[in-house]
Write a protein that binds this ligand. Structure first.
Ligand SMILES: [Zn+2]
Length: 385
C-alpha cells in the first residue's frame, strides 16, 4: 500500500458523465468473461498460446483500437464519444501498453555497443552485462519470478521475486507501471531503486506484459468499475477495502469521509475524483518515464569527482545514452542533454578557474567538447514526439 501512495497523483478527474446505468448493465453482461481480453481476436489467442495470429485475421475492432491506443490520450476518446462500449474500451486499454522491448531496453541499460537493442532476448551474456537491469530483468522473467500480474486500466502491477543468494535473503518486490500511448510514463518499485535506469523488477514486469499479454488479467479503469456498482455494492466495496488494509488506510479514509461530508471542503468544489488507472488527459505530455532528479544528481556527483574514479567514463556513458535517444527520436534525449548541460554550467570549479585564470584539465575539456558536439547534433535532428 505504501508504494501506491508514491504514485504520481492522477491528473484528471473522472466522473463518467453521460452514461446511463441501464446500458451499462447490458454491456457488462455482454463482456462478462472479463479474462485477458475475453472478446475480440485477442481472446482466442489466449487459449491457443498466441500463435493463432497467423490463422485469424485481426478484427476491425482490434485494428482500430490499436491505432487509437497509439495516438490518442484516453480522455480525448472519452470526450469525443458520449458512450464507449466496454469491449471497445477493453481493446484500447489492451493496446495502450508498449509493444516492443526496444525502449524498455534503452531505459534500463547502457548501450554497450551494437545497434538499437534488437539483439535482446537471451540472458546468457557474461561479465558486467549480466548486471545491467535489462539483462537481470530478463533472467528474472525467464526463471518464473514474475507473479500476480494485473492490468487495471492504464496501470500494471505485479510482484517480482528476487531469489535468495548466499549473502541476501529472498526479496519480493511490489512493482507498478503506468503507461499511455505505448509508452511507460511512471514506474514504482518497492526495492527503492535510485537510478537513471529502470530497475530489473520493472523490466521483468514490463517484459512479462509485452511477451505474454494474453496471460495478464485485464480490467477497465477502476472509476469505470465503480460506476457499475449501486449504492449497496459501493458501501460493501469500501468497507471490505478498509477492512483488508485498515491500519494503512483508515486515517486517509476518515479524512476523506470528513471532507466529503463537509459542504465547504475543497473536495466538494469539483465534480469527479482522481483515478490513477484512467489514462492520459488531453494535455498530458506523452513521453517515457525519466527520473530527471537522478540525472541531475548523478551528473553533479560525477563532476564533483573531477573525471577521476571512473566518473569520466560514467559521464561518457551518459553522453552515449543521450546520443542513442536522439537517434531514436525520443524526446527525452533533448531533455537529458539540457539537464546535463545545466549541471556542467553550474559546476563551481568553472567560476574558480575563471577567477584564477587557470585552464581546465584536458579530461574536462574533452567532456565539454563532447557536450558541444551533442548539442550540435541535437539541433540537426528533430524528434517526432
Ligand atoms: Zn525494483
Amino acid at each position: 500500500m505504501a508504494e501506491r501512495v508514491q504514485q504520481p497523483p492522477a491528473k484528471r478527474l473522472c466522473c463518467r458523465p453521460g452514461y446511463g446505468s441501464t446500458c451499462r448493465q447490458g454491456q457488462r453482461a455482454a463482456g462478462a468473461t472479463c479474462g485477458g481480453g475475453g472478446s475480440g481476436a485477442g481472446g482466442s489467442a489466449s487459449t491457443q498460446g498466441g500463435s493463432s495470429k497467423t490463422q485469424n485475421p485481426e478484427s476491425l475492432l482490434d485494428i482500430a483500437a490499436r491505432k487509437v491506443a497509439e495516438k490518442w490520450p484516453f480522455q480525448r476518446v472519452e470526450e469525443r464519444f458520449e458512450r464507449i462500449p466496454e469491449p471497445v474500451q477493453r481493446r484500447i486499454v489492451y493496446w495502450s501498453f508498449p509493444r516492443s522491448e526496444r525502449e524498455i531496453c534503452m531505459y534500463s541499460s547502457f548501450n554497450t555497443g551494437g545497434g538499437g537493442g534488437e539483439e535482446i532476448g537471451s540472458s546468457g551474456e557474461s561479465g558486467d552485462e549480466t548486471r545491467l537491469p535489462f539483462r537481470r530483468g530478463i533472467a528474472l522473467l525467464e526463471s518464473g519470478c514474475v507473479d500476480n500480474v494485473l492490468q487495471v486500466g492504464f496501470h500494471l502491477s505485479g510482484t517480482v521475486r528476487e531469489p535468495a543468494t548466499s549473502s541476501e535473503p529472498e526479496l519480493v518486490c511490489n512493482v507498478s507501471v503506468s503507461f499511455d500511448r505505448c509508452k511507460i510514463t511512471a514506474v514504482t518499485c518497492s526495492c527503492g531503486n535510485k537510478d537513471i535506469f529502470y530497475c530489473a523488477h520493472v523490466v521483468a514486469l514490463s517484459l512479462y506484459r509485452v511477451r505474454k499479454p494474453e496471460q495478464v488479467k485485464l480490467r477497465l479503469p477502476i472509476s469505470e468499475t465503480l460506476f457499475q456498482m449501486n449504492r449497496d455494492q459501493l458501501q460493501k466495496f469500501v468497507q471490505y477495502l478498509i477492512t483488508v488494509h485498515h491500519t494503512e488506510v483508515l486515517p486517509t479514509a476518515q479524512k476523506l469521509a470528513d471532507e466529503i461530508l463537509s459542504q465547504n471542503s475543497e473536495i466538494n468544489q469539483v465534480h469527479g475524483a482522481p483515478d490513477p488507472t484512467a489514462g492520459a488527459s488531453v494535455d498530458d505530455e506523452n513521453c517515457w518515464h525519466l527520473d530527471e532528479e537522478q540525472v541531475q544528481e548523478q551528473v553533479k556527483l560525477f563532476l564533483s569527482q573531477g573525471g577521476y574514479h571512473g566518473s569520466g567514463k560514467q559521464l561518457n556513458l551518459l553522453f552515449s545514452k543521450v546520443r542513442e535517444m536522439l537517434k531514436m527520436r525520443d524526446s527525452n534525449g533533448a531533455r537529458m542533454l539540457t539537464l546535463i548541460t545545466e549541471q556542467f554550467m553550474g559546476d563551481p570549479r568553472l567560476a574558480l578557474w575563471r577567477q584564477q585564470g587557470t585552464t581546465m584539465t584536458d579530461k574536462y575539456r574533452q567532456l565539454w567538447d563532447e557536450l558541444g558536439s551533442m548539442a550540435l547534433e541535437r539541433s540537426k535532428t528533430k524528434e517526432t514526439n
